[in-house]
Design a protein around this ligand. Sequence first.
Ligand SMILES: Nc1nc2c(c(=O)[nH]1)N[C@H]1C(S)=C(S)[C@@H](COP(=O)(O)OP(=O)(O)OC[C@H]3O[C@@H](n4cnc5c(=O)[nH]c(N)nc54)[C@H](O)[C@@H]3O)O[C@H]1N2
Ligand SMILES: Nc1nc2c(c(=O)[nH]1)N[C@H]1C(S)=C(S)[C@@H](COP(=O)(O)OP(=O)(O)OC[C@H]3O[C@@H](n4cnc5c(=O)[nH]c(N)nc54)[C@H](O)[C@@H]3O)O[C@H]1N2
Ligand code: SF4
Ligand SMILES: [Mo]
Length: 699
Amino acid sequence: MDGEPTAEGHTGRTEHTTFCRLCSPLCGLVVEVEHDRVVGVKGDPGHPVTAGFTCTKGRHLGDLHHRADRLLQPLRAGEPTVYESAVAEIAGRLTDVIAEHGPDSVALFVGTQSYTASLTHSFMNAWFRAIGSTSLYSTMTIDQSAKWVADGRIGTWEAGPQRFDESDVWVLVGTNPLVSMQGGALTGFPIHDGSRRLRDAKRRGLRLLVIDPRRTEVAAQADIHLQLVPGTDPILLGSLVHVILRDTLEDREFCDRWVDGLDELRVAVGGLTPDVAASVCGVEADDIVAAAHLFACARRGMARSGTGPDMGPSSNVAEHMVQVLNVICGRFPRAGDLQLGTAVLDDRRPGRAQVIGPRRTWETGPTNATGWGPIYGQYPSGSLADEILDGGDRRIRALVVAGGNPMAAFPEPARIEAALRSLDLLVTIDPYPSETAAIADYVIAPTLSLERPDHTRGYEHLYSEPFAQWTDAVLPKPPGTVEDWEFFHDLASAMGLPLRIGSNSYEPGEEKPASADLLAVSARRARIPYADVQRHPSGITPDGLEPVRVAEPASDAAERFVVMAPDVAAELAAALEDTPASGTSPLRLVVRRAKGSINSVATGSMTNPCRVHPADVERLGLVDGDPITVSTDHGAIDTTVAIDSSLRPGVATMTHCIDPNPSHLLSLTQRRQSINAMPWITAVPIDVTSRAPLAPTWK
Ligand SMILES: Nc1nc2c(c(=O)[nH]1)N[C@H]1C(S)=C(S)[C@@H](COP(=O)(O)OP(=O)(O)OC[C@H]3O[C@@H](n4cnc5c(=O)[nH]c(N)nc54)[C@H](O)[C@@H]3O)O[C@H]1N2
Ligand SMILES: Nc1nc2c(c(=O)[nH]1)N[C@H]1C(S)=C(S)[C@@H](COP(=O)(O)OP(=O)(O)OC[C@H]3O[C@@H](n4cnc5c(=O)[nH]c(N)nc54)[C@H](O)[C@@H]3O)O[C@H]1N2
Ligand code: SF4
Ligand SMILES: [Mo]
């Protein structure tokens, strides 16, 4: 059975078939264990989808479990404590805060590592619903909430996006999925075996357009790579729209049926000729025209984006223009087409081929204390510090952090620290003494992935072909740890709150269910017998499962996309006004994912140099490896310089969340976007100065 030893030699070593849960591909693994310690991790060659692939992080999974600083029991004010007492005390304090100041004074921050166990979210959300708070924050709003803002202002297609697999063009704006593995509804790029799938797709005729200031791993495979000046995306994308409308390449039929605001769009992009965009964005005008034609003349395929455009100085309008490309060219699946994602352990109702019009929830929903409205039921993380420090009577007084590390991940850690320290109560669930854990009142120590059972249901929507896998725990659960879901279950119980999840309810004082049973419950709508999945340790690609196909639109479907509204037009005009002329000074720092880390969780021994184009290194009088100080108006960090010829001249990169952490260079409020309070994280002007000792004068 899965997770059970598959071989045992006389050394006492056992081999276990399981899967990695650090990021979305959930790569199949074979883990070698000796005396309850991982002694080897390799890719599972028998896995029908990942077929032996792992990245360096996956191969370090054992080190992550056995890190010397791993927390194996909870901390109270930095000192070890007993789990049951910690839960009782936290429950008491939260109950008091709520009684005195109301439920909204308790906030939840949901970080990326809360996704590593599929039971966490249902119990976490149920606890949050039970306390009655609306103060919900997550990493999405310091990441790609420009996508939510664009959805809210343009509208969405009920059946979701088109699939990469059937497309003949694909556009990637500011994303490098060959390293980040970001796929699914975000970039649409295949998360499994991306290099091979891209090669195969190109062989059958797919053309790839990449818009990125760096010649990334994926840009190196592009038919056209527009290596733009960072932060100028709204202008470049607006110019692509300009050319498409000028040359009447839009999908007329689709626009007549589903799109409003085309005239306003035409006016808004009227000035964004290829020549204007070429001079602002530092690319060739002919390439802009060729790119627009490449996209618009294809039959099928979308423009998708990652963090690059969504973290810049005009991120909401940048992402808006990405989505406008798809809307005016009608790049959405029609009735009968395959829907993105698969359904094996879950059942999915097909979406209809019709528009869900704009939903500007932030304009109608109740605002938080500092005046920000809700987006997809959350408030913007860019406003969290303000809510704690400046929220007056309505301020946030207690914060629970689940699988996140705001002290490392948010701009301006000094302000975040001031805010977190001023709380009445800060609780985090973290396996390590993270920067946030270091100042928390309570830290709950969770199990890590190999210590818990799980299945792949939560990630099915990202798969290109039907697949399911189940795993038992590979390592015993350390005595002082709990699974993340258990903490929320136990906290609710200690607060006397029943939890409702779907049709199930969990009453205070009732015996806690087992994870394996809860996993079975969460797969109750599986389209194949759950036992079949459990019988295949490496996972199963079931035959004959009917794919999910897009349904016909309702006969009275009347909602329409709105491609240009007055606020968006004003942002586009401001972006043109503001964008710096292309040049190399000052350097602009852009975001970049490193292969060895996942946000603040680093594997191996990682350094974080500031990578700069060779011409800039020379201009600055530096040589590779020189010690430097990188500074902005907001802060300075010491690192070394590294030569990187994949960059556009004038561009520098560092990775985020690891030391020396570029968050110290960023502001939480400067050029914060309207609507989602998104701070400015990429394309940030920096100064680089040498820290080298002065050269000896006799040389
Ligand atoms: N190994 C690893 N994988 C990860 C993560 C990790 O930390 N490490 N983090 C995960 C998370 S939380 C996320 S959100 C995803 C993110 O996934 P991606 O968005 O794919 O992240 P990156 O690989 O950093 O790609 C961002 C790209 O944007 C480009 N860029 C920077 N500034 C600009 C700009 O102004 N305009 C344009 N057009 N491009 C720009 C950068 O050069 C870079 O190539 O990755 C996930 N996967
Ligand atoms: N400068 C700059 N800043 C950025 C970005 C950038 O590109 N540049 N990217 C932004 C993006 S896209 C994101 S998503 C955010 C990331 O923001 P966060 O999600 O806050 O990311 P992490 O810092 O990785 O926090 C994850 C925490 O979970 C802990 N953890 C690990 N495994 C488990 C587990 O099984 N259970 C629990 N409970 N905890 C676990 C880790 O130790 C870590 O402290 O950062 C953002 N910040
Ligand atoms: S961390 Fe690496 S091995 Fe693990 S799922 Fe992600 S890509 Fe696969
Ligand atoms: Mo992210």
